[in-house]
Design a protein around this ligand. Structure first.
Ligand SMILES: Cc1cc2nc3c(=O)[nH]c(=O)nc-3n(C[C@H](O)[C@H](O)[C@H](O)COP(=O)(O)O)c2cc1C
Length: 375
């Protein structure tokens, strides 16, 4: 039995309980990638919510690695005051916060937006038929992006973040590098599983070089692809082991290439009665294979489910995203004894956040909230 409200430490970071707010892009950053007053109110509210660990919305490490407008930037020293404001907001209520860092690779959804800025998306290989304009990275560019991950992590530490989480999932650059479906390179960065995970290993080494050995480093890992010919679970476990060997302290289990993200989150409305966590089995296999803490995310909506997963030893930390959009203080509510499930009904309409439609989100969530009579 592991009490969901028992503490856990990851290196020097002591978490008050086993709940985590999974990284959530909220479109609130300004044109430069800096936080706005709206971002601050989001992080202040989360910080007051007794969440073990808050992971920020993904922050781009290089200008050509931006995925969406309104995304936080960690790509230049000019972002330091913005990053500090985010930390202060989360810490003001007693929360712990990790910065999630990302390079979108070819998945710069705002390709026209990047093009307007004179930027072309980069990827391990040029993929024919991709809806995103991009070109293959040169080896110099690969090495430069590895350094960018290091610089962003150093900024995070300097700004006072409690940890960094690398975004190694959901089809962004790290996923693209790992998968044989999107990495067709014939040099040392592609081909065998060892070569395809070289980018991950070098990123972790560079981050460690820049932040030292004590600073907690996490990865959200696409543990396998959900498309024919993609990475398998057993390859994902090998990657996870390598990540730990070179300096990663904890792994959040998610998906890599395929299993389209939007399809996963849109139109899969659920109620507490049909709660079905996405990656419980994959997390359990990983947890049995490694000694570092494992987080599991996707579709978890009730305290009972969270406690069941912890009791079964399938994960060490329960991570959720959408329940916190609807209810930033859900953990505080559970902590004081109101154990009703998340008010989030997994309608997926919060994908509108991803396309900058906060107005749609507000009205949709609000109507659902009342029409179902959820208190
Ligand atoms: C609006 C929105 C924004 C998201 N932003 C991020 C992000 O910045 N980084 C990330 O790794 N995942 C992101 N995700 C994915 C979530 O962290 C999470 O993995 C997924 O939604 C499944 O968890 P859930 O069922 O608890 O929502 C986002 C999801 C949504 C709905």
């Amino acid at each position: 039995m592991v009490d969901a409200f028992s503490p856990i430490s990851i290196k020097r970071m002591e978490l008050g309980n086993r709940f985590m707010r999974s990284a959530t892009h909220d479109t609130s950053a300004d044109e430069s990638g800096a936080v706005t007053d709206k971002s601050i109110s989001i992080y202040r509210s989360l910080g007051e919510g007794d969440i073990g660990l808050i992971v920020s919305g993904y922050a781009f490490v290089s200008a050509h690695g931006q995925a969406f407008q309104g995304q936080y930037g960690a790509h230049t020293d000019e972002m330091l005051p913005s990053l500090r404001r985010m930390v202060e907001a989360a810490h003001s209520g007693g929360g712990k916060i990790a910065l999630q860092t990302v390079h979108a690779g070819r998945a710069g959804i705002n390709a026209p937006y990047l093009k307007d800025k004179g930027i072309t998306s980069l990827a391990p290989s040029k993929i024919k038929g991709s809806r995103f304009p991009h070109r293959e990275m040169t080896t110099d560019e690969i090495e430069a992006i590895i350094k960018d991950f290091g610089s962003a992590a150093e900024r995070a530490r300097e700004a006072g973040f409690d940890a960094v989480q690398l975004h190694g999932a959901h089809g962004y650059l790290m996923s693209q590098s790992l998968s044989p479906l999107t990495n067709k390179r014939t040099d040392i960065w592609g081909g065998s599983p060892e070569n395809r995970r070289r980018f991950h290993i070098e990123v972790v080494r560079e981050v460690r070089r820049r932040v030292g050995h004590d600073f907690p480093l996490l990865i959200k890992l696409g543990i396998m692809d959900d498309a024919p010919g993609g990475t398998t679970l057993s390859e994902g476990i090998d990657t996870a082991r390598e990540m730990i060997a070179v300096g990663v302290d904890a792994i959040e289990v998610s998906f890599g290439i395929g299993g389209d993200f939007m399809q996963r989150i849109v139109g899969k409305e659920a109620t507490p009665d049909n709660e079905s966590p996405w990656f419980r089995e994959r997390a359990a296999v990983l947890r049995a294979a490694v000694s570092a803490p494992v987080m599991v995310v996707g579709g978890i909506r009730s305290f009972e489910m969270a406690q069941t997963i912890l009791d079964a030893g399938e994960a060490d930390i329960i991570s959720m995203c959408r329940p916190f959009i609807r209810e930033p203080k859900i953990i505080k509510r559970w902590l004081v004894g109101d154990r009703r499930p998340a008010r989030c009904i997994t309608c997926g309409q919060c994908h509108n956040l991803l396309v900058g439609r906060q107005d749609v989100l507000d009205s949709y969530c609000w109507q659902e909230f009342h029409s179902r009579g959820i208190p």
